[in-house]
Design a protein around this ligand. Structure first.
Ligand SMILES: Nc1ncnc2c1ncn2[C@@H]1O[C@H](COP(=O)(O)OP(=O)(O)O)[C@@H](O)[C@H]1O
Ligand SMILES: [Mg+2]
Length: 258
């Protein structure tokens, strides 16, 4: 049983205009995710959802100014990016990075070796990757291609889920994993996430601004994210309401209270 606990988290990013003040993005996020739970964070563009995922994963551009993140009581903010991954945190990024010159298969093996603490036995490994790729309907030829280089949006997202399955983290943060997917890809990717949940009893934080993916991956908890914090919480029915009415009710309240 694992618990990721985020308390009153504030974070900012350096101003692209170097003489300007840092830009405050997260304004007091409180969120607890346990093994086996699926949480959806839904919010309009620019509300700080990706920033929250970066703060958890340890992206160097985003500075946590106050608050805490702990994983089973351990201080995540004191860990390096690698240590966070080894501790069992995984982030599927909204915009996966391209790594020219590094093949997908080398990348996966290196990542898995780092996280598991030992290199997987070659024979098992080849079989494991093959099976995982076939579950996600990824062409085996992708193993030799450079990481994400020239991949379509949907191919990048499938590879994020391939990594999720192989790395088997305790808590997975999926940032807009649904964006840019056609109906078939959405189903395949969702099935990959559900398999991960079943096999690992993982905790999932699903960041999205559409409710479409929530038909395939059912969240027990839905959080509305506006202005760098959670402004409303509920169950799956809240997602239905957002689908029907949008975020206006919440953005108006947030502005009025600011
Ligand atoms: N590196 C950055 N430099 C400047 N502004 C940033 C940076 N990262 C995020 N922001 C700003 O912070 C706000 C929140 O961004 P983001 O976390 O990507 O929102 P979301 O994922 O909810 O769309 C936006 O207004 C965005 O422009
Ligand atoms: Mg985003």
């Amino acid at each position: 049983m694992t618990t990721l606990e985020i308390k009153d988290l504030h974070a900012e990013v350096a101003n692209p205009d170097e003489s300007g003040e840092p830009i405050k993005i997260l304004n007091g996020v409180n969120l607890t995710i346990r093994s086996g739970e699926t949480h959806a964070i839904m919010g309009p563009n620019g509300s700080g959802k990706s920033t929250l995922s970066y703060a958890i994963a340890g992206h160097p551009k985003y500075t946590v100014t106050s608050g805490s993140i702990t994983l089973d009581g351990e201080d995540v903010l004191a860990m390096s990016v690698d240590e966070r991954a080894r501790a069992g945190l995984f982030l599927a990024m909204q915009y996966p990075v391209e790594v020219p010159g590094v093949s997908m298969s080398n990348f996966l093996r290196t990542a898995v070796t780092a996280v598991r603490g030992e290199a997987p036995k070659l024979r098992h490994w080849v079989k494991e990757v093959k099976e995982s790729m076939s579950e996600l309907e990824i062409d085996p030829a992708f193993a030799d291609r450079s990481v994400n280089e020239g991949f379509s949006g949907g191919e990048k997202k499938r590879h994020e889920i391939l990594q999720l399955g192989l790395l088997a983290p305790k808590i997975a943060i999926l940032d807009e994993t649904d964006s840019g997917l056609d109906v078939d890809a959405l189903r395949i990717v969702s099935e990959g996430v559900n398999r991960y949940k079943e096999r690992e009893n993982g905790g999932v934080l699903l960041i999205t601004h559409y409710t479409r993916i929530l038909r395939y991956i059912q969240p027990e908890f839905v959080h509305v994210f506006v202005g760098g914090r959670i402004v409303a919480e509920g169950g799956a029915e809240l997602a239905e309401e957002l689908d029907a009415n949008g975020y206006v009710r919440f953005t108006q309240t947030a502005t009025a209270g600011a």
